[in-house]
Design a protein around this ligand. Structure first.
Ligand code: COA
Length: 256
């Protein structure tokens, strides 16, 4: 039993539902800890063949790391914070059982990063993607600078992270961030059907495929390290304090 995540399993498919709808499923420390535990179980449990990650409700997949905890953390904790998220998302990516994301609504910041750590993604027509960290005076820290660049290319990734605005599901599809866009009513059926097809394939071959395909991007270890360092430089800066305070006070930030 988890306090922030609902799990359901059916015929070897584990459904992982991030469940903090009043906070748009933002990734609190508890969500991250529970997610880690669930992924470790998925790896160990031979009755589970794969997973589908989604968010509770149709408004949001995950609206990012939990911003409300940012002001409590000091500058030195920035790097740790980034590394912690990076490690859990890498655990997802490296799991040798298929994991897909089904995205309804907002996939922002850590939410977009979580979706990108899955092996592939489907989105509802109402989904919105973005890396809005720049508006808080920080940068993506859970692998976003690396995985977004890898998925959609450097120029598009740079623009998206620099502007910090949202793109809609069709644009996400056009640039290769998601594999498929379907209506919100049909998304879960489509995602489950796809997973059923995949999970009927031979498991050792799926595991080998995931390992080999991940090796196409083996060169990112240094990139993740750089990201965590760069994240910590921006973390707890005057700009971050203003950006986060403005978000919490529901006003526009006043950057110098
Ligand atoms: N961390 C913590 N709380 C968050 C959150 C986050 N990343 N995203 C949303 N919430 C909370 C809001 O503070 C609000 O809580 P409250 O009702 O106690 O005030 C609740 O979720 C609903 O969000 P709200 O902003 O009122 O909804 P909205 O429809 O007006 O706006 C968003 C939706 C997604 C545009 C807006 O919530 C947002 O910009 N969120 C932050 C996105 C972000 O910067 N993510 C990256 C973090 S590094």
């Amino acid at each position: 039993m988890y306090s922030t995540i609902i799990t359901e399993q059916h015929e070897g498919l584990l459904k992982i539902i991030i469940n903090r709808p009043d906070k748009l499923n933002a990734l609190s420390e508890t969500v991250l800890a529970e997610l880690k535990e669930i992924i470790l179980d998925l790896r160990k449990d031979s009755t589970l063949k794969g997973a589908l990650i989604t968010g509770a409700g149709e408004k949001s997949f995950v609206a990012g790391a939990d911003i409300s905890g940012f002001l409590k953390a000091g500058r030195n904790e920035g790097e740790q914070l980034a590394k912690h998220g990076q490690d859990i998302f890498s655990l997802i990516e490296k799991t040798q059982k298929p994991i897909m994301a089904a995205v309804y609504g907002f996939a922002l910041g850590g939410g977009c990063e979580l979706a990108m750590s899955c092996h592939f993604r489907y989105a509802s027509a109402t989904a919105k993607f973005g890396q809005p960290e720049i508006n808080l005076g920080i940068i993506p820290g859970y692998g976003g600078t690396q995985r977004l660049t890898r998925l959609i290319g450097k120029g598009r990734a740079m623009e998206m992270m620099m502007k910090g605005d949202m793109i809609d599901a069709q644009e996400a599809y056009r640039i290769g961030l998601v594999n498929k866009v379907v209506s919100a009513e049909k998304l879960m059926d489509e995602a489950e059907n796809t997973m059923r097809v995949i999970l009927s394939k031979p498991q050792p071959a799926l595991a080998a495929l995931i390992e080999a395909t991940n090796a196409a991007h083996d060169d990112t270890t240094e990139g993740f390290k750089k990201e965590a360092e760069a994240f910590s430089r921006a973390f707890a800066s005057d700009e971050m304090i203003e950006g986060v305070t403005a978000f919490l006070e529901k006003r526009k930030p006043n950057f110098k």
